[in-house]
Structures are given as structure tokens and as C-alpha cells.
Design a binder for this molecule. Structure first.
Ligand SMILES: *Cc1c(COP(=O)(O)O)cnc(C)c1O
Length: 412
């Protein structure tokens, strides 16, 4: 037997293990654009699960901008940014993105990436290279997104960084560790909005801590950009903070409705990442038509239409907070369009998701390792394209399903 057959047996066995633990995930194929109504298996479902918070993913103006961008710039970029892939559309987009954070980061410059995953890897591993091997510490919140965790792990391997994990709701251990830290470079890494709980990071306090201990603060605002702040510029606008030690990361496939991500920081940090950020250097530039489409998306985010979409989201959040009352399940307090409902066991979460599907809703069960064991949940998300009536109907359905799941569970 060759080793590939041993591997095949291992793969089959591991997948069977996931299945028995109710941890095997399944792909579902959508047959319609991302919106609040989607077609799956030729059935219409009400979706409350995408990150398309402003409802822009299927916006006619963006669809037109993409077609027009294709006409103007062609389809592919042809190479990485440093070889020949950096087009006028990318340059315009970066200028615009930087202008959105100029009140918050002095001498700000922006760098565009094809995904947030890559932007996070580049920011953390690239900045880690500013110093010598072993001469840096990284402080990372325990509930940070997987892409930040992977960036931290990669920096730990490449640069022998000391890694400290902290609880973002109790910062005493973070400050204690920083007091003793004698390394030349310290990075604090945090999600702006926690992707599975929907709560906000205490960025104002973290910035004070970063200033006291001469650390850089890396904020991944994947779920805040477009949503938070009067103009939708994100968590720095909402918290009204300004500092030259903030590295701000936003993604453009969520509220912005398209694809991609960016890092905003002082010019010298961005210039360094262009020189040494391997995920930036060794990856083909995003199609310029996408950058062109994103310029249109940013225009909508800042316009009156964008403001209306954000106020619709706030209305939905208010309805949920006031009217969604569970007897068995637990809501996590959240002031963002991410509203998790904790069911605990994988079995209950899967049962609830299945009953929701039968009732015409698409809300998948979120299980470990995406969330801690024992906290399987429904991650309900709102879009500005949902109406108050859509949400009230969901609330009624969830109350019925809660009773059903509870009765079934107590019979077992
Ligand atoms: C989605 C997400 C990312 C990854 O962004 P992509 O553009 O989807 O790769 C990074 N960080 C957080 C917190 C996210 O939720």
C-alpha cells in the first residue's frame, strides 16, 4: 500500500468522526444573488445569515459598475501589484479608502487586498518583521477571527514572537503582561466587532493601553466598516478616536457588498508592508473592475442612501432588542446587526436550523471550532433590505421553534 492510500483512509475516518460529533459541515448551493430572499434547491428562503449588512451585494448600481469596470479595465489584473497588476482603479480606490480614515490616523495611506484573510496575515506578519527575531510580543484577543489567529501563529513561527492571549472583557491581565514586557515591538490585535458575538471591542481603552505601553493597535473592523459611524467609516469614526499607532483593517465583501479588504495606517507602515508583506507581494492583484465597483460602493455608503440603510439596520436592531424574548434560549447583548442566539448543544442548534429551514428561513447552525464548545448557536444577521415586518415574522417563528426544540429535547 502506498502512503496516499493511508491518507485516504485517514481522511474518510476523520470525516466520519466529524459526522458522529455533529460537526460535519455541508455546502449549500444558492441559485440566486445574495439578498434577503434566496433560491436554494429551487425553494425560496428568507435569509438572515449573510454579512451583506447594507444590502449592497445585489445593488443595481454596483452590478452596472462591475460591467462598466470590465469594459474599461478588462477582466484580470495579470500579475501581483509590484510586477504589473496595480491599475489606476486600485490607486483611486486606495486614495479614497485612506480619505475615509484621515481624521483618525495621521499621514494615513491605504493598501488594498483581495481578501481580509490575506490583509490580516500581511499586517501581522509584515509588522512583525520590523524588528529582530524574538524581539516582539503579540497580544491577541481570545475570540479574534481565525484569520487574525493564523496571522499571529505565522508571525510566532516566522519571527519567534511571544504570544499572549487575552479576554477582551477583562483587560487587567493584558496591562499586567504589558508592564513586564521589555520587547522592542508590541502588537495588540483585536476584532472591532466580534464576528460570532456581535459585541464591540473596547478600542478606546485599548488605545490608551497601547499608548501607555508603546504598542501598536491592530483593529480588524470587518463587521464595522460601512455599518458603524454616522458616515459608515467604521469603529474609529463611531468611537471618535485618533492615533498614529492604529493599524485599521476593513473588509469589502461584507457591508461594502463586493469583495476585498484594506489596511489603513501611517504612510511608513504601509510602505513597509509593500516592501515586506509577503501575502501582499506574492499574490495576483484583484481584478481592477472590482476596485472600480468598490469606488461606487463607497459612494453609496457615504451618501444619503447609505445613511438610510444604516438607520434601517438600527431600527431592526431596536425591534430585536425590544421584542425578541426567549424562555429557554439566550440572546447575547449586541448593538450590531450580528445577533447570536445561544442554544448550547450541536444537536439543538442543528435541529433549530432544520426547523427554520422547513419554515422557509435560512439561518445555519454555527458550531465549534468557529465558536467555543458548548456554545453552538444561530447567528442571526440583519440586512438593510429586511423590513420590520420580515423581522417580526422571524421573531414569531423563532418563538414557536424554541418551544418545539425544547419539547423534543425533553422527550429524548
Ligand atoms: C470575514 C472576516 C475576515 C476575512 O475577510 P475576508 O475578506 O472574508 O477574507 C477577517 N476578519 C473578520 C473579523 C471577519 O469577520
Amino acid at each position: 500500500m502506498t502512503s496516499s492510500f493511508i491518507a485516504l483512509g485517514l481522511a474518510q475516518e476523520q470525516i466520519a468522526n466529524l459526522d458522529t460529533q455533529l460537526l460535519k459541515r455541508k455546502l449549500r448551493i444558492t441559485q440566486s444573488p445574495c439578498d434577503t430572499e434566496v433560491t436554494i434547491d429551487s425553494r425560496q428562503l428568507k435569509a438572515f445569515c449573510s454579512n451583506d449588512y447594507l444590502g449592497l451585494a445585489n445593488h443595481p448600481d454596483l452590478v452596472d459598475a462591475l460591467a462598466q469596470g470590465g469594459q474599461q479595465y478588462g477582466v484580470g489584473s495579470g500579475a501581483s501589484h509590484l510586477i504589473s497588476g496595480h491599475s489606476a482603479a486600485h490607486e483611486l480606490l486606495e486614495k479614497k479608502l485612506a480619505s475615509l480614515q484621515e481624521k483618525h490616523i495621521p499621514k494615513v495611506r491605504a493598501l488594498f487586498f483581495s481578501t481580509g484573510y490575506l490583509a490580516n496575515l500581511a499586517a501581522i506578519t509584515g509588522l512583525a518583521r520590523l524588528t529582530q527575531h524574538g524581539d516582539l510580543s503579540i497580544y491577541s484577543a481570545k475570540l479574534n477571527h481565525a484569520s487574525l489567529i493564523d496571522g499571529v501563529r505565522l508571525a510566532a513561527t516566522q519571527m519567534n514572537a511571544a504570544v499572549n492571549l487575552f479576554d477582551h472583557t477583562q483587560l487587567a491581565s493584558l496591562t499586567d503582561a504589558l508592564k513586564k514586557d521589555t520587547k522592542s515591538l508590541k502588537l495588540i490585535v483585536i476584532d472591532g466587532v466580534f464576528s460570532m458575538d456581535g459585541d464591540l471591542a473596547p478600542v478606546t481603552v485599548l488605545l490608551q493601553i497601547a499608548e501607555q505601553h508603546d504598542a501598536l493597535l491592530i483593529v480588524d473592523d470587518a463587521h464595522g466598516f460601512g455599518v458603524l459611524g454616522k458616515q459608515g467609516h467604521g469603529i474609529l469614526e463611531q468611537e471618535n478616536i485618533q492615533s498614529d499607532r492604529i493599524i485599521y483593517i476593513g473588509t469589502l465583501g461584507k457591508a461594502a457588498g463586493v469583495s476585498g479588504a484594506f489596511i489603513c495606517a501611517q504612510d511608513a507602515f504601509i510602505e513597509w508592508l509593500i516592501q515586506k508583506g509577503r501575502p501582499y507581494i506574492y499574490s495576483t492583484a484583484t481584478p481592477p473592475a472590482i476596485a472600480h465597483t468598490l469606488l461606487k460602493s463607497l459612494e453609496i455608503i457615504e451618501s444619503d442612501e447609505g445613511k438610510k440603510r444604516r438607520s434601517q439596520l438600527n431600527e431592526l436592531i431596536q425591534i430585536w432588542q425590544d421584542e425578541m424574548i426567549f424562555s429557554e434560549w439566550k440572546k447575547i447583548p449586541s448593538c450590531t446587526p450580528i445577533q447570536p442566539v445561544i442554544l448550547g448543544s450541536n444537536a439543538n442548534a442543528l435541529m433549530a436550523a432544520k426547523l427554520l429551514d422547513q419554515a422557509g428561513y435560512w439561518i445555519p447552525a454555527i458550531r465549534p471550532p468557529t465558536v467555543p464548545p458548548g456554545s453552538a448557536r444561530l447567528r442571526i444577521t440583519f440586512s438593510a433590505n429586511h423590513s420590520a415586518d420580515d423581522l417580526r415574522k422571524l421573531i414569531t417563528t423563532l418563538n414557536r421553534i424554541e418551544q418545539e426544540v425544547h419539547q423534543k429535547a425533553s422527550h429524548d
